[in-house]
Ligand binder design. Structure first.
Ligand SMILES: CC(C)(COP(=O)(O)OP(=O)(O)OC[C@H]1O[C@@H](n2cnc3c(N)ncnc32)[C@H](O)[C@@H]1OP(=O)(O)O)[C@@H](O)C(=O)NCCC(=O)NCCS
Length: 256
């Protein structure tokens, strides 16, 4: 598999949506009653959302799914899922799908794409903050309740909200130079590499829960002080670290 054997396109046909439901089930392992159903995939693009598929020949190997949202009179996109088939991961496909999603969103007049992510997922945090240039400054407590997905380790589904301001200086600088604009680090939040293993085993799950509740308090108090997650470091052992500081751009749809 090489990157150029994979074609990205907006999905429009029922068979394409059906493939997305199948890949969703494969990637998350959700019970049937927790899956986003075919009918919603088929509806989303008709009402301003996105279903973007990555295809190798006839096989769907990744997809992104978004629905439109509105906040204080501004339309934006909420990206609910990004999935890459396991054998195709870590070769840049996830990032490529997000960049396609960004172009498509800009073409439809959107300035903002948001999604939520689990702050215990080191890889996702790195991709979102460092490789895409999203920021995070909101924290949702147990957003979906405890789900049936083993990926989520039966912990409360706390989520950071990623805000991807599509034409911000931060994003455009990253995409043109490969580097994020600098900032002054005020607070950092650590995630140990062992978190994935801890979440998976019943006898170590408590350790993962402790990291989650300790980090939750740090995020909530930093965000209350107006700080945002602006960077993410990984060390050679795979540990992750959020870097928080003040964002010097004005983009926001929040009510004051
Ligand atoms: C999240 C996901 C879509 C990413 O897809 P992907 O094709 O592997 O992503 P990419 O290869 O574009 O980028 C991942 C980045 O993380 C890095 N990475 C890989 N493994 C990592 C790890 N264990 N820890 C930290 N970073 C890691 C990669 O090196 C890459 O960075 P780089 O571009 O600097 O090399 C995919 O892993 C997936 O489907 N996960 C399960 C579903 C999920 O969690 N979806 C997101 C929430 S909705």
């Amino acid at each position: 598999m090489t990157a150029d054997t994979i074609a990205l396109r907006n999905c429009t046909e029922l068979e394409e949506f059906r493939a997305c439901v199948g890949l969703q089930k494969e990637v998350w392992g959700f019970a049937d009653n927790e899956l986003v159903p075919l009918r919603i995939f088929s509806l989303a693009p008709r009402v301003g959302g996105q279903v973007i598929g990555a295809w190798e020949g006839e096989t769907l190997v990744g997809f992104a799914f978004s629905i439109p949202g509105i906040r204080n009179g501004h339309s934006y996109l909420h990206s609910h899922m990004l999935a890459v088939k396991e054998a195709y991961r870590n070769s840049g496909l996830g990032r490529r799908i997000k960049l396609f999603q960004r172009e498509d969103a800009i073409a439809h007049g959107y300035e903002l794409l948001e999604w939520t992510f689990d702050p215990l997922e080191i890889k996702n945090a790195y991709l979102n903050l460092e490789r895409l240039g999203a920021i995070a400054r909101r924290y949702n407590l147990n957003q979906y309740g405890i789900t049936s997905s083993p990926l989520q380790g039966f912990l409360p589904t706390d989520r950071l909200v990623a805000e991807w301001w599509l034409t911000s200086r931060r994003v455009e600088t990253l995409l043109s130079s490969g580097k994020l604009p600098g900032f002054v680090k005020d607070v950092s939040v650590d995630v140990p590499a062992e978190i994935y293993a801890w979440k998976q085993q019943p006898d170590t799950r408590q350790k993962a829960a402790e990291v989650q509740s300790r980090n939750r308090q740090v995020f909530l108090s930093a965000f209350a002080r107006g700080l945002a997650c602006l960077g993410y470091e990984r060390d050679a052992s795979g540990n992750g670290r959020f870097l928080l500081g003040r964002w010097d751009e004005e983009w926001s749809y929040a009510s004051k």
